[in-house]
Design a protein around this ligand. Structure first.
Ligand code: UD1
Length: 434
């Protein structure tokens, strides 16, 4: 197994280039299954989740080739409409295969994803929504078995409550090639969904209301393959901004390039500026300059749907609060028990108390290096952030979680002055060394 070894206390300086978005790439890949022919996706990050999803797509008969962050997906042949448990259990986004295969083949057999590291993540809205669009759905030995009667979904109307990113994507994948019209109310308006809708439109899908809470789809008989460019990763950008705020030197701005700052959402930007960190965004939204304040002011946040504070940034925010003077809270209204990072951060000296869906952080107490363990993707990066400001050396274990979603993190950070390196380790031996 691999771990990251971080010697804390080094300042972050220089320029960080933001990679392309993982969460936007996965729906784009799923969309590439809809047309017959070769779709080319540019700006696809080199990450484990992308490799996993490529495997899931290959099972169906599609060919997926990756070179230099360009994915070439040949969906001329898609003749096995199934997503097996062994792959779906590795990554929940594989559940996008349900909508994609239902749209493309009129049938799908996709493993239920089950829980995840931070608790239950239901898919009831995906299933109810697809039924409302005309799908017949049964459960069989842990698999969702879906059919479109007469080969194509008739279409229909569905209102999400709550709004769901994943379920909005799944319904759109299924509805575009339907025989009739569909209406999705309280649709997700996260940037990932917008970019996905742009690609569907480029492929010939008939969508109205993109970027609003109501999307109308007029089914078409076929879509055509396209070449399409993915957007930058807003969660990586937010993570880097937090890194600059906690580990940057006052008066020495850290520059983030290849950004889409308009994808961050106002609540994150407002909270960030409330801490005293200075943030200058260039006119094209593609560069952000962050200057750390002398002292960080604690700002409480509550996660919410876009443009709310992203749930994918709350673990990192907890580390920022640990570095601020005073007490503040992190409340997760999207995933109410996403706090696996707290006990690990506590091993580094974090003073925090979890109650229900809220953690109260008492900041200003120095963190110290320790052996800690990643439990999920965002939790693992919060440990790296904490390690950067901790006194001494931190060993962050099980970084296969981190590799799902952060491209070349250690090389990006080390180029900016952070002492961080990847090492092999034997977890069993490490346990006995204490
Ligand atoms: C969530 C994030 C998304 C992020 C992704 C990966 C939000 C709104 N969504 O997307 O930005 O990229 O995690 O970490 O922040 N729900 C149900 N039934 C369902 C589906 C969802 O009850 O069938 C609930 C969830 O429990 C949650 C809410 O709806 O409380 C929003 O979930 P959803 O947007 O679907 O989450 P993800 O697609 O996982």
């Amino acid at each position: 197994m691999e771990k990251l070894v971080v010697h804390g206390g080094q300042p972050l300086t220089g320029t960080l280039s933001v990679s392309a978005s993982k969460n936007a790439a996965l729906p784009l890949m799923a969309a590439a299954l809809l047309p017959h022919g070769v779709t080319v996706l540019d700006q696809i990050p080199q990450l484990r989740d992308i490799t996993t999803f490529s495997h899931v797509m290959r099972i169906t008969g599609a060919s997926v080739q990756c070179m230099d962050r360009k994915l070439t997906i040949d969906a001329s042949r898609v003749d096995f409409p199934e997503a097996p448990y062994d792959l779906v259990k590795k990554m929940r986004a594989s559940f996008y295969m349900l909508g994609a295969l239902l749209g493309r083949c009129g049938q799908a057999r996709v493993s239920l994803p089950g829980g995840c590291a931070w608790g239950p993540r239901p898919v009831d809205l995906h299933l109810e929504g697809l039924k409302a669009l005309g799908a017949e759905i049964d459960l069989d030995e842990g698999y969702v078995v879906a059919h479109a009667p007469r080969g194509r979904l008739s279409g229909g109307s569905y209102r999400f409550e709550p709004s769901s990113v994943g379920a909005t994507v799944n319904l759109l994948l299924a509805a575009c090639l339907g025989s009739g019209g569909s209406r999705i109310e309280n649709a997700a308006i996260e940037p990932d969904v917008l970019v996905f809708c742009e690609m569907l439109t480029a492929m010939g899908a008939k969508l109205e209301g993109i970027g609003t809470r109501t999307i109308e789809v007029e089914g078409v008989a076929e879509l055509h393959p396209v070449q399409f460019s993915n957007c930058p990763d807003r969660i990586e950008l937010g993570t880097f901004m937090i890194a600059a705020a906690i580990a940057g030197i006052p008066d020495q701005p850290v520059v983030m390039t290849h950004t889409r700052s308009d994808h961050l959402g106002n609540e994150f930007l407002d909270a960030f500026q409330g801490t005293g960190a200075k943030c200058i965004i260039d006119d094209s939204n593609s560069t952000i300059t962050v200057t750390a304040p002398e002292r960080l002011t604690p700002v409480s946040i509550t996660t919410g749907i876009y443009p709310g504070f992203p749930t994918d940034l709350q673990a990192q925010w907890t580390v920022l609060l640990a570095c601020a003077d005073g007490s503040a809270t992190v409340t997760d209204q999207v995933y109410g028990d996403r706090f696996n990072h707290i006990p690990e951060l506590a091993r580094m000296g974090l003073m925090a108390h979890v109650s229900g869906n809220q953690v109260t952080v008492q900041g200003g107490k120095p963190l110290s290096g320790a052996r800690v363990m990643s439990t999920d993707l965002r939790a693992s990066v919060s440990l790296v952030l904490a390690a950067m400001v901790a006194k001494g050396t931190t060993h962050v274990g099980r970084i296969y979680h981190l590799d799902r979603g952060y491209e070349a993190l250690e090389s990006k950070l080390s180029q900016c002055g952070i002492q961080i390196r990847r090492e092999q380790y034997d977890e069993f031996a490490a346990v006995h060394q204490g």
